[in-house]
Design a protein around this ligand. Structure first.
Ligand code: NAI
Length: 295
């Protein structure tokens, strides 16, 4: 089976990025949204991003002509029927298991039988969503990273029901987008969050236990390990509410302390200090270019 036509569910932060990289790779893309206004917003983001890439074609490989052609390959729709002849459907809608199950069950009856279904979920079980369809053997996770056009990784997730051939098609599809795919299995957090979340939570515990100040812990990990940013800067960037939510899902799955939220993280979330997006988290972003530690 060769993939020619890509369907993307959701034109938000992730869906618009997935649509963009698929179109740049030469696929015809149809994006499904709930309302036209969400498509308009997502497409404006895609156009802005493509224009930025096209400013440095020697570095990005995207000339103004290629940007134009890529944009022309993306169509928007609010009708599920327009996805009927897609070869792969990649879902990037709201992180709600019931909505994802309902949407995939509806599409299962509409989209051609040999098409592959993929979810970009960060925390919901792929197995559970796949079970809402009659094509669990052709169901995988394709977990991209934000911002999709810039981040090279895609985690390709297999469930106990995923067929080898379907998995390999999804893996090769990831590669064809210019990404580096990694193989993983359907356990909450996959590879990246399985390792990253306990590391970030440990940084908070180290601070709570007086091991170092917030900027000192950040600088230590940045300069001592060569990480692009320290754990508190990263936490504020990811969003403390998002991290808090994922600790619950991971703790629920593994029942291990390393996945449990430290008290300080809970307090910050209760106070509405979500990080960069709310202007305050471990750092205060009143002057975004010069964040000041809050503690
Ligand atoms: P978002 O809120 O930016 O976009 C979601 C979009 O889906 C919205 O535009 C919404 O109108 C649309 N939508 C909701 N229900 C729909 C339906 N039934 N049919 C069609 N469209 C529908 O969310 P975001 O951040 O793009 O996340 C989407 C998914 O990607 C989630 O499952 C999330 O876990 C996952 N993800 C998010 C990452 C991130 O950094 N934000 C990273 C990796 C995965």
């Amino acid at each position: 089976m060769t993939i020619k036509k890509v369907g993307v569910l959701g034109c938000g932060l992730m869906g618009s990025g997935i649509a963009q990289v698929s179109a740049v790779a030469g696929y015809d893309v149809t994006v499904l949204e709930q309302e036209q206004k969400f498509l308009d917003k997502g497409f404006a983001g895609i156009e802005k991003s493509l224009a930025k890439f096209a400013e440095k074609p020697e570095k990005t490989g995207i000339t103004p002509e290629k940007a134009k052609e890529s944009r022309a390959r993306i169509k928007g729709t609010t009708s599920q029927k327009d996805l009927a002849d897609c070869d792969i459907i990649i879902e990037a809608i709201i992180e709600n298991v019931d909505v994802k199950k309902r949407t995939f069950a509806e599409l299962d009856a509409i989209v051609k039988k040999d098409a592959i279904f993929a979810s970009n979920t960060s925390s919901i079980s792929i197995t559970e969503v796949a079970a809402a369809t009659r094509r669990a053997e052709r169901f995988v996770g394709l977990h991209f990273f934000n911002p999709v056009p810039l981040m090279k990784l895609v985690e390709v997730v297999r469930t106990i029901a995923t067929d080898n051939a379907a998995f390999e098609i999804a893996y090769e599809f990831g590669k064809s987008l210019g990404k580096v795919p990694v193989r993983t299995s359907d356990k909450t957090g996959f590879i990246v969050n399985r390792l990253l979340v306990p590391y970030m939570l440990d940084a908070i515990r180290a601070y709570e236990e007086g091991v170092g100040s917030i900027p000192d812990i950040d600088n230590a990990m940045k300069l001592g390990c060569g990480y692009p940013m320290g754990p508190f800067t990263l936490l504020d960037f990811v969003g403390l509410d998002t991290t808090y939510y994922i600790t619950h899902v991971m703790f629920d799955e593994f029942r291990e302390r390393r996945f449990a939220s430290p008290p300080l993280l809970k307090r910050l979330v209760m106070a509405g200090w979500y990080g960069r997006k709310s202007g305050k988290g471990f750092y205060d972003y009143a002057d975004p270019a010069n964040p000041v530690p809050c503690f």
